[in-house]
Design a protein around this ligand. Structure first.
Ligand code: FAQ
Length: 329
């Protein structure tokens, strides 16, 4: 199933015959389901792939706070505001777990953040879209966190121990996030005609970007085959995207909303929904930095980093002073 799909992908994987002894032993451990830990020997390319994926994931959590942060002061009730605040704080926590997991691979947080701030490192395309109405808070929780869970549940079983363990807690928190998003959508869908129209408009704008979160199609995915061999990826981009569609369409129907895809239909034979073509030109454009909010998001992160310099310096000064006092004692 998955192996067949990734064969059409762009990356090639090494057979055991091509591998040196230590690499073959490493692959055998992975194939046997043994978790790789920070101090274990690992091929440089495995380390590099994990640093790439985990740091991109961390950046996504941190940048992902911004679209929702836009609505904290305008939440309709105190209760909604407290829930939204808690969710956004959770995302910061996820970023911290993930930066810590990346650091176990020998890269510093400063290096990772410098790559984000220079525009070299990617973060999820989804966070480059604007949040225009309160209904967007519902759509993000429901669709974006919903998609994140589908992608991340398998990561709890991935081969790298620190990443897999971080994902367990992240997934628990993400399910609260998805639930609160659906609850907002439910309240709007059952509200006035104007509120229902607002919910529909949010679904219209977030549906396709949410499908893009899963990455390029299997035929275009450059990293999939190698990541599958290393059990970093347990399911392909297209498999997880299909899972999202199958799970979400009935939820939209329950809300009385229409998924903005004229080609969407249920195939009773396969038991899956068939859906229309994704606009990959839009996806690549966002990845290149030309999405509606790319520049604004990056500017905000860089500004936050610069304005926080005094605080980081104070922490280091305090730590140095503390260490000096300890030495004297
Ligand atoms: N956006 O060969 P593949 C969240 C890049 S967390 C931007 O298929 P791979 C929680 C990809 O990096 C959301 N770039 O790559 C939350 C690669 O470029 P590279 C983040 C993308 O790594 C909710 C190139 O395209 N989740 O939402 C995207 O095997 C609400 C070719 O792609 C994760 O990061 C994209 N959507 O598969 C927070 C999960 N898709 O690096 C706040 C972990 C692909 O070679 C509020 N990551 N690219 O230059 C993964 O599972 C994988 O990295 C994929 C991509 C599936 C994202």
């Amino acid at each position: 199933m998955y192996a067949q799909q990734v064969e059409t992908g762009l990356s090639t994987v090494r057979t055991t015959a091509d591998m040196a002894d230590d690499e073959r032993a490493f692959q055998a451990r992975i194939d046997a389901g043994v978790r790789i830990e920070a101090k274990d020997w690992m091929p440089d390319a495995y380390r590099k792939t994990l640093i790439r994926q985990i740091s991109q994931h961390a950046h996504s959590e941190i940048v992902g706070q911004l679209p929702e942060g836009n609505w904290v002061t305008r939440a309709p009730t105190l209760k909604r505001k407290s829930i939204l605040l808690a969710k956004i704080q959770d995302e910061a926590g996820h970023g911290l777990y993930l930066y810590s997991a990346a650091e176990t691979l020998g890269v510093s947080r400063d290096e990772l953040l410098a790559a984000l701030h220079s525009g070299k490192a990617k973060y999820s395309s989804i966070f480059n879209y604007p949040t225009l109405s309160w209904a967007d808070m519902g759509a993000i929780g429901w669709l974006v966190d919903g998609s994140a869970i589908i992608n991340q549940i398998p990561l709890c079983r991935c081969s790298y121990g620190p990443y897999a363990r971080a994902m367990v807690r992240v997934c628990k928190e993400e399910s609260f996030h998805a639930r609160q998003g659906y609850d907002i959508m439910l309240a709007l869908a059952r509200g006035t005609a104007e509120q229902k129209a607002m919910a529909q408009d949010a679904l219209n704008r977030w549906w396709w970007p949410s499908l893009m979160m899963f990455g390029p199609s299997d035929a275009e995915s450059v990293n999939s085959a190698q990541s599958a061999q290393w059990r970093i990826k347990l399911f392909s981009n297209d498999e997880l995207r299909q899972r999202m569609v199958d799970q979400t369409v009935p939820q939209a129907e329950f809300l009385g909303l229409t998924v903005p895809d004229p080609d969407l239909r249920f195939n009773a034979e396969t038991g899956h929904y068939e859906f229309g073509a994704i606009d990959w030109a839009e996806f690549h454009n966002v990845l290149k930095g030309n999405g509606p909010c790319n520049r604004e998001r990056l500017r905000t992160r860089v500004q936050a980093w610069e304005e926080g310099a005094w605080f980081r310096e104070a922490l280091v000064a305090h730590a140095d002073k503390h260490a000096a006092v300890k030495e004297v004692a």
